[in-house]
Design a protein around this ligand. Structure first.
Ligand SMILES: Nc1ncnc2c1ncn2[C@@H]1O[C@H](COP(=O)(O)OP(=O)(O)OP(=O)(O)O)[C@@H](O)[C@H]1O
Length: 247
């Protein structure tokens, strides 16, 4: 059975319990709990080195946890063969997009769509529509080496958005994007939320998170310093000096 078909329609997109990741004696993340229901968006915020990428990478199955459990739609991304179903449900946009040197932008999207069983008659039109919306149409037949940093970032985002993920995980998604593209990304993420996709993102851009986050978690030295509704946590974080003064 294809992995995507093992995902129950009413599955909870993300459940994380007691997650910890140590790097030798250094604690990258500790005591991390999170549940994300369909259509919810949580922003992880915090200073450099506070553990945001460690959380994202451990939740996505790229890093083994030292302690704790992760379930993506009920599946464990750290245990084969269950990890295959977790990967089918989760779309990750890492801080530096992983692109194939010899595939064009359009070929990346076609490959991702095919790999996730999205090969219906309308797929080419949807790829064209997404390329157009992201301002990538004029670079559709270019290779990654011919793209700027921001265009590579958009290609990584397009790859995640072309497939029907239950959980979208984005690590610093607006780095490299110009202000109109950041606003466009907010629109695309609101569309994804409206269709029931849960979102976990990290960012240093508070104005971007204002547009999309329902809740926030503040990390510091790998520990959760605060969590709750986005606006309240953002205000407390600014008052306590956890954010830049202009955030
Ligand atoms: N591969 C690694 N080996 C050793 N220590 C690491 C490794 N990756 C991260 N760390 C450490 O773990 C801690 C958390 O790092 P992480 O990259 O998760 O932070 P971050 O909040 O994403 O930071 P930034 O905002 O700078 O991207 C830091 O102290 C960092 O130095």
């Amino acid at each position: 059975m294809p992995a995507a078909e093992t995902i129950a329609p009413d599955a909870i997109p993300l459940q994380v319990t007691g997650l910890a990741r140590h790097y030798g004696r250094l604690v990258g993340l500790a005591h991390f709990d999170l549940e994300l229901k369909p259509g919810q968006c949580v922003a992880l915020i915090g200073a450099n080195g506070s553990g945001k990428s460690t959380a994202v990478r451990t939740i996505s199955g790229l890093l083994e946890p030292t302690e704790g459990t992760v379930r993506v739609c009920g599946h464990d991304p750290h245990s084969e063969p269950d990890a295959e179903a977790a990967r089918a449900a989760l779309a990750l946009v890492p801080d530096a997009p992983m692109l194939y040197d010899d595939l064009t932008v359009r070929q990346h999207l076609s490959l991702v769509a095919l790999a996730h069983g999205v090969n219906d008659d309308g797929i080419e039109e949807r790829i064209d529509g997404l390329l157009e919306r992201l301002g990538l149409s004029h670079r559709a037949d270019f290779l990654p080496a011919e793209l700027s940093r921001g265009l590579k970032q958009k290609t990584g985002l397009a790859c995640a958005l072309i497939r029907p993920a239950k959980l979208l995980v984005l690590d610093e998604p607006v780095v490299g994007l110009d202000p109109p593209s950041q606003a466009l990304l907010v629109e695309l993420l609101l569309d994804a939320k409206a269709s029931g996709t849960a979102i976990l993102l990290t960012t240093h851009q508070m104005a971007f998170a204002d547009g999309v986050a329902d809740r926030a978690i503040v990390l510091g030295e790998g520990e959760v310093l605060d969590h709750g509704p986005w606006a309240a946590v953002r205000k407390r974080a600014a008052e306590r000096g956890w954010l830049p003064a202009d955030a």
